[in-house]
Ligand binder design. Structure first.
Ligand SMILES: Nc1ncnc2c1ncn2[C@@H]1O[C@H](COP(=O)(O)OP(=O)(O)OP(=O)(O)O)[C@@H](O)[C@H]1O
Length: 331
């Protein structure tokens, strides 16, 4: 069996911003940098589903913007099918736009309220020349049916739809170009629990039936566990733990992953005190592990040595000097 092709690949991606000098515009002293992403390595193969989880400020949105080519890394490379995303041109650019579909957190805000559902869902078909005008309605009806909406809905506008229905329209639109990857940003947040469950089931069915890859950005570990076979846990611009979701969530190696699990008591039994404090500013980070200031396991060496993400168990990697499982990753 041949290995599935690599779709996205991030090679030590850094995205840093110049945030001026301490004390404001007229202050002297060195300029300060904020590393929103710092040495991120990640891959997504065809048919795979990967969850990116982490608190607010951990760098998830920046990662998404890099993946979509909306911003370029300040160091490292972000590749789609082995080509630099921000340098894609011509046919490669068209292919990227056709193959990578986005489902936004604010589905209602991302869809033009003046366009009918028919036109919203047909727009990618029209844009990429994927159907004849005579087939348009049938194609949209089939896409709506695939996401559980009746064909009559195509005459309506998003203002007449419930939150769950609008998300389904957004999914139908994302599927229109038969994408290779669905990138979803908090795609089910802000909905009631039963609507969330229905949408999660829909996404999982689509993934299984169509073999589409998924990159799911979420702060909800339950969503990650349900939808994604692999998980990458981010903290302050770095991936601090990654592996198969079932392994990582059943036996976290990094104290930060464990703290996130504790913050999700409805899905998992709490196993330690929840995480205190706020995620610190990523400007001019102190030496050592960036989680040490909040880590209940931190020892002296954690404040001195900055652990890299290294393989520490089969199919696992974590950036921790004193991991909670297995042998210490660092000699
Ligand atoms: N254009 C920018 N200029 C300066 N700093 C930025 C910029 N964009 C993001 N940041 C900073 O980078 C860090 C990561 O932000 P990012 O939005 O990627 O995090 P996040 O995990 O997506 O958070 P949230 O869930 O709140 O959206 C934050 O400290 C943020 O303030």
């Amino acid at each position: 069996m041949s290995t599935p092709p690599e779709l996205f690949r991030l090679l030590d991606v850094e995205k840093a911003y110049d945030v001026g000098r301490k004390g404001g515009l007229f202050a002297s002293g060195p300029r300060r940098r904020l590393a929103a992403l710092d040495g991120v390595r990640l891959s997504l193969k065809a048919g795979e589903s990967v969850a990116i989880v982490g608190e607010s400020g951990s760098g998830k949105t920046t990662l998404l913007r890099v993946l979509l080519g909306l911003t370029s890394p300040t160091d490292g490379r972000a590749l789609y099918r082995e080509k630099d995303i921000t340098l894609l041109q011509g046919d490669d650019r068209d292919r990227f736009c056709r193959e990578v579909a986005m489902i936004y957190q604010d589905a209602r805000g991302s869809l033009n309220p003046r366009m009918s559902i028919l036109d919203l869902v047909a727009e990618p078909l029209d844009h990429h020349g994927l159907c004849k005008p005579s087939e348009r309605r049938d194609r949209v009806a089939a896409l709506l049916s695939r996401v559980g909406l009746p064909p009559e809905m195509m005459e309506r506008y998003t203002s007449a739809l419930s939150g769950g229905q609008v998300r389904r329209v957004a999914i139908a639109r994302a599927l229109a170009s038969a994408p290779a990857v669905l990138v979803a940003d908090e795609a089910v947040s802000g909905l009631d629990v039963s609507t969330q469950a229905q949408l999660l089931k829909l996404l999982r069915d689509l993934q299984r039936e169509m073999g589409v890859s998924m990159l799911f950005i979420t702060h909800d570990l339950g969503v990650a566990a349900y939808l994604c076979e692999r998980i990458a846990v981010m903290y302050l611009g770095r991936i601090v733990e990654t592996g198969l979701t079932k392994d990582v969530l059943s036996a976290p190696a990094h104290p930060y992953t464990r703290a996130l699990l504790n913050a999700a008591p409805k899905f998992f039994e709490p196993i330690a005190e929840p995480l205190g404090g706020e995620i610190p500013s990523p400007i001019d980070l102190p030496p050592g592990c960036r989680f040490a200031g909040r880590c209940p396991e931190a020892r002296d060496d954690c404040r001195a040595r900055d652990p890299e993400l290294v393989a520490g168990a089969p199919n696992r990697a974590f950036a921790c000097l004193h991991p909670l499982i297995g042998e210490p990753a660092f000699a």
